[in-house]
Design a protein around this ligand. Structure first.
Ligand code: FES
Length: 352
């Protein structure tokens, strides 16, 4: 094997005349290769019976994986969650999850066992050359660092340097502090999500002025963005508004499809629906008078106001909750109660 000295390194040339010279480089003071320990054969290499057992274990694990995956599909059908019952949701989650876990674990453990007991067990060596740049390039890089250090005064001006390091350490602290908001709060979050400021007798007011709306002001085809009149009294008005915001529209009464139990929820063709999209909570703010459709601009869900705000298009899965309304003695529109179901997107504890 020929050697050629260069920059303190020895360039090793291959012996065959056709091979490229300099494809491997080793330092002159390199530690001697201690070699590999003697190869120890596995029991499966020497005992065909043990190899057969390992093979059985591997295909059993793969079959278990198939059973787990099919089990997950069956569990999906056997425990439907459409009823909305918490028991059904729990059984569904448990058995689908167990099936998928078995499916993945079977493949994973089977593959590892296969590799360790049955696949080829020989050692092989792949020599690589060092990836360091040549001495000249490294020297130039070091000179650049020295010049930059001199020009910036990074090591000379210790107060500036140390205060910069301190500022960089302190910089992420506000981000970490914000995580505190995810900790358990004083109020039950589920309760907060289920209730809004609407209550019996609360007047419907224009957003954002807070001026109450009379039924006589709502003409056919018009739409109002509405907040509770007492919103300004809330401790956190923005949070409350985000849940209580409502869209108010008047339709020709003949166009309204109202089931018997909801006939009293509207007033003379005026209906009020939550403005919070049941998909992921964007404001459903676009009303098309001719079709009576409300459109959510985020992902284009459409709700039919004439038919209990049912979903007619898009990814939303539930109608917009309706706010039961009536009028008070002075002709102002008022709520009959809070919404009868939680507004906004899904969450596990939601009942409807
Ligand atoms: S948030 Fe309304 S469609 Fe997605």
């Amino acid at each position: 094997m020929a050697k050629e000295a260069k920059d303190g390194l020895a360039v090793v040339a291959t012996q065959s005349p056709g091979d490229l010279v300099g494809t491997a480089v080793i330092a002159e003071d390199a530690v001697q290769d201690p070699g590999l320990p003697a190869h120890r054969k596995r029991v499966t290499d020497t005992d065909p019976k043990k190899a057969k057992n390992a093979e059985r274990a591997v295909f059993t694990l793969f079959y278990l994986s198939i059973a787990g995956s099919l089990g997950a599909v069956l569990a999906y059908m056997a425990f439907p969650i459409e009823s909305g019952s918490m028991l059904d949701i729990r059984l569904h989650t448990l058995f689908v999850g167990l099936g998928m876990a078995l499916g993945l674990l079977g493949i994973g453990i089977g593959a590892v066992h296969w590799g360790k007991t049955l696949m080829y067990d020989g050692e092989s060596i792949d020599y690589r050359h060092p990836v360091a740049s040549d001495a000249e390039t490294r020297k130039t890089a070091a000179e650049i660092f020295e010049i930059a250090d001199k020009e910036s005064g990074f090591t000379r001006r210790t107060l500036v340097r140390n205060s910069l390091i301190g500022a960089l350490i302190a910089f992420p602290l506000p981000g970490v502090t914000l995580l505190r908001s995810l900790a358990p709060q004083e109020y039950d979050p589920i309760d907060l999500l289920k209730h809004t400021m609407w209550d019996k007798g609360v007047r419907l007011a224009r957003d954002p002025s807070g001026v109450p709306i009379k039924a006589s002001e709502v003409t056919i085809g018009s739409a109002f963005h509405v907040i509770p009149e007492n919103l300004h009294e809330a401790q956190h008005p923005l949070d409350e508004k985000a849940k209580a915001i409502v869209l108010l529209m008047r339709l020709d009464k003949r166009d309204l499809k109202e089931p018997e139990d909801r006939k009293t929820w509207s007033y003379d063709g005026i209906v009020a629906y939550s403005k919070v999209c049941t998909h992921v909570g964007c404001p459903v703010a676009l009303y098309e008078q001719h079709t009576h459709h409300l459109l959510c601009p985020c992902h284009q869900s459409q709700f039919d106001v004439s038919d209990m705000a049912k979903v007619v298009f898009g990814p939303a899965k539930r109608p917009l909750p309706q706010l039961p309304i009536t009028v008070d003695d002075e002709g102002y529109l008022v709520a009959q109660s809070d919404f009868l179901e939680p507004v906004g997107p899904s969450y596990w504890e939601r009942l409807k």
